[in-house]
Design a protein around this ligand. Structure first.
Ligand code: NAD
Ligand code: LMR
Length: 328
């Protein structure tokens, strides 16, 4: 058995938390030989609900779960953590403008960025799930001077998994046959799910599909709008699939991506593919030895470039808004 690692989860008494914690504690995120201590953060009014979740975690008698910390203090929650999953965030409510949401959540992510900077372990890896995820990650990163920027990532793995499922359905194959899917840009309705480098059973997905109408009128809008479609159908936003994607993201970052494939992660841009440096944008990446690297050298045609430019422009607008608010 390895030495235990410390994993912080914020918003731990929420919907996603309820699907996420049990899977982390059972070893599905970091491996069945990796003991974990869970450090759970909630706002004060949700601490009772969190206590109930912690009781259920105890009642699972997970062999890998060494400790459960429950707190409303970010400094305690992030104390010595090796992994931090920032899920807790205020969702948009009726009549709320995007700017209001950025402002409301800005307060959460400035505080949490500072607490990560002062309390987390030197090797901490951060995943932001709470929306607007990319820009919340930018805020946390900007407020964490003692954590290297490349440790801040945001989740587009759910979009990536959604795109794989849609492509498998269209081609009458299994998701196991679909590789090299890419989500570019923001986790929002402007994201660009790109099948031009994807493969199905080793063959070019775009050539196999050969249906620009489906691509433009069905595939891209379906993936872009999937979150809203789930809210419409379920009355609540996606939770189990979001938790599953968070597990996938952290597992691949920590343990590596399979040979011959890549995944999508929103990471601080290094300027690759013309995406302005510093914004947190989704790229195709491979992971090895706990580090990610952007897949280089993909040819981007005019159609794809236009879509990438649109989603990157939205990220720049969000960055400008939070800069005006003094959050970054
Ligand atoms: P939820 O409302 O069920 O749970 C959120 C929890 O966060 C609540 O328990 C709340 O008390 C807590 N919280 C609020 N502020 C906090 C703070 N400052 N510190 C700690 N905890 C805090 O919501 P959910 O369904 O679990 O979703 C959480 C977030 O994830 C939302 O912002 C949602 O939009 C987002 N989301 C992102 C993706 C993605 O793909 N990136 C997918 C689905 C949902
Ligand atoms: C999702 O993609 O399911 C969520 O981000 C949707 C949302 O807006 O909360």
């Amino acid at each position: 058995m390895k030495d235990p690692v410390r994993v912080a989860v914020t918003g731990a008494a929420g919907q996603i938390g309820y699907s996420l914690l049990f899977r982390i504690a059972s070893g599905q995120m970091l491996g069945e030989d990796q003991p974990v201590a869970l450090q759970l953060l909630e706002i004060t009014p949700a601490l009772d609900a969190l206590k109930g979740v912690a009781m259920e975690l105890e009642d699972c008698a997970f062999p890998l779960l060494t400790e459960i910390v429950q707190t409303d203090d970010p400094e305690v929650a992030f104390g010595d953590v090796n992994y931090a999953l920032l899920v807790g965030s205020r969702p948009r409510s009726k009549g709320m403008e995007r700017k209001d949401l950025l402002e409301a959540n800005g307060a959460i992510f400035t505080v949490q960025g500072r607490a990560l900077s002062s309390s987390a372990a030197s090797d901490v890896k951060v995943l932001v799930v709470g929306n607007p995820a990319n820009t919340n990650a930018l805020i946390a990163m900007s407020n964490a001077p003692d954590v290297p920027n490349d440790r801040f990532t945001a989740m587009t793995r759910l979009d990536h998994n959604r795109a794989k499922a849609q492509l498998a359905q269209k081609t009458g194959t299994s998701v196991n046959d679909v590789t090299k899917m890419t989500i570019w840009g923001n986790h929002s309705a402007t994201q660009y799910p790109d099948i031009f480098h994807a493969e199905v059973g080793g063959r070019s997905a775009a050539e196999l599909v050969n249906d620009q109408g489906w691509l433009e009128s069905e595939f891209i809008p379906t993936v872009q709008q999937r979150g809203a479609a789930i809210i419409e159908a379920r009355g609540l936003s996606s939770a189990a699939s979001a938790a599953n994607a968070a597990i996938d993201h952290m597992r691949d970052w920590a343990l590596g991506t399979p040979d011959g494939d890549w995944v999508s992660m929103a990471i601080p841009s290094d300027g690759s593919y013309g995406v302005p440096e510093g914004i947190i944008s989704s790229f195709p990446v491979t992971c090895s030895g706990g580090e990610y690297s952007i897949v280089q050298g993909l040819e981007i045609d005019e159609f794809s470039q236009g879509r990438i430019d649109a989603t990157v422009a939205e990220l720049q607008e969000e960055r400008d808004t939070v800069a005006e608010l003094g959050l970054v």
